[in-house]
Design a protein around this ligand. Structure first.
Ligand SMILES: [Zn+2]
Length: 434
């Protein structure tokens, strides 16, 4: 009797020790596309009160652990999203444009593929199309990020072959997966994958595998009509991936911080940061209830050369940023189909600021042009006006080479401290899941 009890308790002890040793942590890997430190500062100040100096506590102020370099293996210090996502996903540097491939165009195994081999459930959530550079670099291998149809074909074919490295993949991209020459939605549904195209279906989905394609390409900007889309998709992904006995690895991309940066559109960028902040609230709640979860967040690069303050003036008008009601892209689209005489009033109403003579002159100059040149000039004028009103500077319509923040909490988070190269994030995550 005694012996049996003892044997049973020894077995129990051994069992629990085994479980601890072998229970690999869930991974939540967040990438703010284009989210340099400048964007973190902009968001914090935009949420805070200048008069009382009451600083808003944002989700970006928890868990900051270090900074990372982002340069690619190319003839430049400035990376694109494909090379950087490849580094973050595989631990290897590559050239600008590479999707999960090295400089010799050899496929590199990604953290999601390693995780799958170890028995993980895996997934991705993004506000870009799901075959865009960042998510694609975790699940596909292609020499060029711009071959969207081919990358969609690779991702669809994986389902047919039964070796997809994703169980839940949510974002945009209908036009690449539902085409006249190839309807992947139909083909993969025959394999038992639910394909949903309406955000309303998110809450109804009960189990993986699922592919969500909620827009032809990227989802609408947060400032326009995409406010809660990333947080909603994340809630669903965590519910589907986190309810089994298997660990999971989920990549979440705030894709459009970068797009607003390319557009030199400060209000758009701050609202994308807010959308990511709301998503991090969802993630934090999950982590609190599931402590065996490693959270790592970084950016792939910064975008636009954003400065808070410009032209020698010691001011950044966060309240004016928050008064802007729509993205530049939204305003431009509406303005191109209206009488140009109405432009100044329309812009003043949506930015909630009286335009100066110079602003009005810039709009008039754009209106005198034709075709694409007119569209570009109008965009430039709107970027100038919103920058001038708010004290925001931009130096580029592309990326910049500055270091980006690194955040981590949970098991193994000590490995993400200090100064590092972006490949180290990929390498360390691979070591943890393999
Ligand atoms: Zn970009």
């Amino acid at each position: 009797m005694k012996r049996t009890l003892l044997a049973a308790s020894v077995a129990l002890l051994a069992g629990s020790a085994m479980a601890d040793d072998h229970q690999q942590p869930n991974i939540i890997y967040v990438i703010g596309d284009g989210m340099g430190f400048e964007f973190i500062s902009a968001y914090r100040y935009a949420m805070s009160d200048l008069e009382t100096k009451t600083m808003a506590e944002t989700q970006f102020d928890h868990y900051l652990t270090g900074a990372a370099m982002t340069y690619p293996e190319d003839d430049t210090w400035v990376t694109d999203s494909a090379a950087s996502a490849t580094a973050l996903a595989t631990g290897e540097k590559s050239y600008n444009g590479a999707i999960g491939m090295d400089n010799d165009k050899t496929s590199l195994k990604t953290v999601m593929e390693y995780a799958k081999d170890s028995g993980y459930m895996t997934g991705s959530v993004s506000t870009s199309q799901i075959n865009h550079a960042t998510p694609a670099s975790f699940f596909a291998h292609h020499p060029s990020r711009y071959e969207y149809n081919q990358i969609a074909d690779l991702m669809g074919q994986q389902i047919l072959d039964g070796d997809a490295a994703y169980d839940v993949i949510l974002g945009g991209g209908q036009q690449y997966f539902i085409r006249d020459d190839k309807n992947w939605a139909e083909l993969i549904e025959q394999q038992g994958v639910s394909v949903i195209t309406d955000m309303q279906q998110l809450e109804q989905i009960q189990q993986a595998p699922v592919m969500g394609l909620f827009a032809p390409k990227g989802l609408p900007h947060a400032i326009d009509e995409g406010k809660d889309s990333l947080a909603r998709m994340t809630s669903t992904a965590l519910r589907l991936l986190g309810n089994g006995d298997k660990p999971f690895a989920l990549m979440i991309e705030g894709s459009q911080i970068d797009w607003c940066g390319h557009a030199n559109d400060i209000a758009c960028a701050v609202h994308e940061m807010d959308s990511l902040n709301k998503t991090l609230e969802v993630v934090n709640e999950y982590i609190e209830n599931n402590p065996n979860t490693l959270f790592v967040m970084t950016a792939d690069h910064s975008t636009g050369g954003l400065t808070l303050g410009r032209d020698g003036e010691y001011a950044w008008y966060s309240d004016r940023v928050m008064d802007i009601e729509h993205s530049i892209a939204y305003m431009r689209e509406k303005m191109l189909v209206m009488d140009a005489d109405l432009w100044p009033r329309y812009v003043a109403d949506l930015v909630n600021f009286e335009l100066t003579a110079e602003h009005i002159e810039r709009l008039a100059a754009a209106s005198a042009l034709e075709g694409e040149v007119r569209e570009d000039a109008l965009h430039q004028a709107l970027a100038y006006i919103t920058g001038d009103i708010t004290g925001t500077g931009w130096t580029s319509s592309g990326h910049t080479a500055v270091d980006v923040p690194v955040y981590a909490t949970g098991p193994h988070s000590e490995q993400f401290r200090g100064f590092m190269d972006n490949t180290q994030l990929g390498k360390r995550l691979i070591d943890i899941v393999r």
